[in-house]
Ligand binder design. Structure first.
Ligand code: HEM
Length: 192
């Protein structure tokens, strides 16, 4: 049984399909046999076929590599820009805490700890302050003096030294956590 309308639809679908089929040439029986026979040979050397296809698609590989490069470049620029925004926000917080050194200290030590997890070692921290100083000089024009430069440098040295301290504390903590429970047990027994 079936609905008359759906039956009609099925018939028209079949007609459409046979029209499409007529336009596309199917392999004939002889060709099918040839394909099947050659496939047996190809299958035995399928790895070689893969390598040949890989080497031959140089042009499309170049296009893929180019787009991959653009994606990586965009991600990198996005990261650099976001980091600059974060650095600016941190400088703002630091300036606001200059009268409360203990609060600034806590903030910078925590930042150093988080940078341990970002794999950002202290040897690069000084560049950030130096770049900031270069960038603000043209903005402050004649207001920029040697004393002011010294003041900003002192602040950055203070902050980066604390970041370094935080980084080292976190690094030591992680090393301790990584020590196996057995080692820790052995050490405790030796202490006893
Ligand atoms: C004075 C130096 C620097 C300052 C003030 C600074 C500041 C910051 C701040 C405020 C953040 C936001 C996240 C958080 O609070 O933990 C951050 C994230 C980050 N920083 Fe720095 N940074 C400094 C140097 C560096 C350097 C030299 C590197 C790389 C070598 C680096 C790599 C990163 C990374 C990977 C993140 C995480 C970004 C993310 O998750 O999107 N930072 N930084």
């Amino acid at each position: 049984m079936g609905c008359a309308i759906s039956g009609l639809a099925a018939k028209s679908e079949l007609a459409d399909r046979s029209r499409e089929d007529a336009a596309v040439e199917h392999p004939n029986e002889e060709q099918i046999q040839m394909i099947k026979d050659s496939w047996k040979v190809i299958r035995d050397d399928i790895a070689k076929v893969g390598i040949i296809m890989f080497v031959r698609q140089k042009k499309s590989l170049k296009t893929h590599i180019f787009f991959l490069f653009l994606i990586v470049l965009c991600e990198f620029l996005k990261y650099v820009f976001n980091h600059l925004v974060e650095v600016m926000s941190f400088i703002e917080k630091s300036v606001a805490r200059l009268d409360q050194p203990e609060r600034l200290e806590a903030l910078a030590v925590e930042l150093g700890k988080s940078h341990y997890h970002y794999n950002a070692p202290p040897k690069y921290y000084n560049y950030v302050g130096a770049e900031f100083i270069c960038a603000v000089q043209p903005i402050l024009k004649e207001q920029w003096t040697t004393e002011l430069e010294k003041a900003w440098k002192t602040m950055f040295q203070f902050v980066t030294a604390l970041m370094k301290q935080g980084y080292q504390e976190e690094s030591a903590r992680q090393r301790q956590l990584a020590t196996s429970p057995k080692d820790r047990l052995d050490k405790r027994n030796t202490a006893l």
